[in-house]
Write a protein that binds this ligand. Structure first.
Ligand code: NAP
Length: 284
């Protein structure tokens, strides 16, 4: 019988470490600052922006928000980003997704200076990740997954990591991070013929699909470590991509949903803001 990973505990410890680091930075009379742009009336996005604001306050990071009307244009959003790129008091810029439908997401994200790209979605940031450069930002969900896997002392070398999902924000970046650590990586997606052929070989299985309980017990190798990224709202409940209660009978460890990978996302963002601050101010 496997166990659910206590992600809440991991996040609390990491938050304390980050808070101490921010305190040390403040002693040098400087405070890291994040700028957040909300150009959407999506209710979930407003909640996510609120969570980011709350954790910034808790950890002592400055935060400013730009809440834009539905009449805003791509050019106007780009103009705000350009101003923030040039503002040396701002260390990180985050554009909350999704945007109002008429806005050009690629054009907007590409305007963020990669030095302030704390969400890690800029093509240059992703390119640096793919060629294995150290000094880059890792997008928040994949970074959070690695925080969890590292914390439970996962062995990567010689292990087979299978990722189900190939999105820009989860599947692709996590594949590169696991590859960099020495795992052999397979990526499955909607065109893969029979994903169970691959999932059954996984020592580390990451499910980032967005389909409730698509990963069932018979698809999981005995002793596997399972990371469930999925957040699916079904009949008022939040379900992951993995049928957790049954998969627990075969896996060694699994991240719960809710209370799993999702908890690490805001933490990773603020770790990236502190990293940006240090890089911009030549602090090690
Ligand atoms: P996405 O952009 O929709 O990508 C989903 C991926 O799953 C795609 O690559 C798709 O393949 C693949 N897929 C769809 N159906 C499949 C099937 N039947 N078999 C195999 N692969 C299949 O989603 P995402 O943004 O990566 O998010 C995935 C899930 O994670 C969602 O539930 C989302 O809410 C959640 N999420 C959670 C967090 C968190 O903090 N916990 C953060 C981000 C996302 P194709 O590429 O071929 O279409």
């Amino acid at each position: 019988m496997g166990e659910k990973i206590n992600v809440k505990d991991i996040v609390q410890r990491k938050k304390n470490e980050l808070k101490d680091e921010i305190e040390r930075i403040k002693q040098k009379n400087a405070i890291p600052k994040l700028a957040v742009i909300l150009a959407s009336d999506d209710e979930a996005s407003k909640i996510y922006v609120g969570k980011k604001r709350k954790m910034c306050e808790e950890l002592g990071i400055l935060q400013e928000e730009y809440v834009l009307e539905s009449s805003t244009t791509t050019q106007e959003v780009k103009a705000i980003i350009e101003k923030l790129n040039d503002d040396s008091s701002v260390n990180g810029i985050l554009v909350q997704l999704p945007l109002y439908k008429h806005l050009d997401m690629d054009e907007i994200l590409d305007t963020i200076s990669y030095k302030k790209d704390v969400d890690g979605f800029h093509p240059l940031t992703l390119g640096k990740l793919f060629i294995g450069e150290k000094e880059t930002f890792i997008s928040c969900t994949p970074k959070g997954i690695m925080t969890i896997l590292d914390d439970i002392k996962t062995e990567y070398e010689g292990k087979h990591a299978v990722i189900v999902g190939r999105s820009r924000i989860v599947g692709k970046p996590i594949s590169q991070l696991l590859l960099k650590r020495g795992a052999t990586v397979t990526i499955c997606h909607s065109k893969t013929k029979d994903i169970s052929v691959f999932t059954k070989q996984a020592d580390i299985l990451v499910a980032a699909v967005g389909k409730p309980h698509i990963i069932t017990k018979d698809m999981v190798k005995e002793g596997a470590i399972v990371v469930d990224v999925g957040i699916n709202r079904v009949d008022g409940k939040i379900l992951g991509d993995v049928d957790t209660e049954n998969v627990l009978e075969v896996c060694s460890k699994i991240t719960p949903v809710p209370g799993g990978v999702g908890l690490t996302t805001v933490l990773s963002l603020l770790e990236n803001v502190v990293q940006a601050f240090k890089e911009q101010n030549n602090i090690n």
